[in-house]
Write a protein that binds this ligand. Sequence first.
Ligand code: PEP
Ligand code: MN
Length: 368
Amino acid sequence: MPTDILMDDLLPILDTTNAEEHHPLIIAGPCSAESEQQVLETARSLAKSGIKVFRAGIWKPRTRPGGFEGVGAVGLPWLRKVKEETGMLTSTEIATRQHAECALEAGVDILWIGARTSANPFAMQEIADVLAEHKFAGPVLVKNPVNPDLELWIGALQRLYNAGIRRLGAIHRGFSAYGPHIYRNPPQWHIALELRRRYPQLPIICDPSHIGGKRELIAPLSQQALDMGFDGLIIESHCNPDCAWSDKAQQVTPDSLELILSSLVYREQTGSTENLAMLRREIDRIDNEIIEVLNKRMRVCREIGRYKKEHSMPVVQARRYGDIMASRIDAAVRLHMGAEFMRTVFSAVHEESVRQQINILNGDDINE
Ligand code: PEP
Ligand code: MN
C-alpha cells in the first residue's frame, strides 16, 4: 500500500479536449433534489446560462434527526432526465455503499463526498471499495472534513486514489466553528493552499455556498477563491430559494447565479501582484478573526463581571493579572514574538476587559 499519493497520473476532473472550456469548472444546482419539477426547472435555467455540471443532493446528512434527509433513490431518475434533456453532467453526494451503488446504477456522472463523511475513514474506505468493485474511475470530489485536519482530508483522497480513481478533486467548503461567525463554515484558505502546495496536480474547487451560508457572501467568496487560483466553484442554486427544503439562506436563483458569475474577474494566471493581493486578503481575514476572538474574550469577561458584581468581588485581582501576563509572554516568546510586544498587546486587552467589567458594576450592561 503506498504511503502517499503519487498523483502525477491524475486526470482533469472533466474529460475534455478543450481544457479552456471548463476552466474554471462551475457546478451548480440545488442543495437538495425535492421534486422532479423543482429539479428540472432549476436545471433548464442553469443549462440556459451555460452551466455544464448540475448538482443536487439526493441523500442529505443532517446534523440532527428530524430534518429533511433527502428524497433518496426516487430522485435519481430526475437526474437522468436532467442529463437527457439538457446535456449537463450530473453530480450527487454519496456517503454509504448503498448510495454509491444506486448512484452508479442510475448513471450519475460525478460523485462527491460530504464533509461529515470525509472525516470518517471507515466510511471513506467503504466508498473506495465499492467504487473499485464497480471500476468507477471518477470523477469523485472530496469535501474537506468538518474539522480542519489536512491529513484526514488527504487520507480520504488517498483511499479513493488507491481504489484506482484518477479523476479526483478536492472541495474547500470551510470548517465547523463554535459560536457566532460571519461565515457558516469559516474558510481556512491556508489549509487548501497547503493541499495545493503538496499536490499541485490536484484540482481544488471552492464551495462558497457552504462557507458563507448566506447569498450575499457567494460573490465575494467566489472572487477570493478565483484569485487564489482555485480550479472551480460549486454553488447552490434553486428555482425558488426561499421555499427550499434545505439551506434556503444560501441558495440563489439561476438568474442571480448568472449575474454573480458574470461579475467575477477570471484571471488567467496568478501573477506576482495577485500573489501580493492574495496575501493581503489573507491578512484581512486574519484581522477579522482577531476581532472576532477579542469579541469572544470580552463576552466572557462581561460574564465574569456579572459574577463579580453578584458576589461583591473587586474587578481586578492582581495575582491573576500577573499570571496572565507571564504565561502569555512566555507562549509568545516560544513563537518568536517579542516579549515587549506581547506585554503591550495583553495590557491593552486587559485594560479593555477591566473597562467593560467596570461598566457592568456601574449598571451599564450589554444586552447579549
Ligand atoms: C452539500 O453540498 O449539500 C452538503 C451537504 O455539503 P457539506 O458536506 O459541505 O456540508
Ligand atoms: Mn447544502
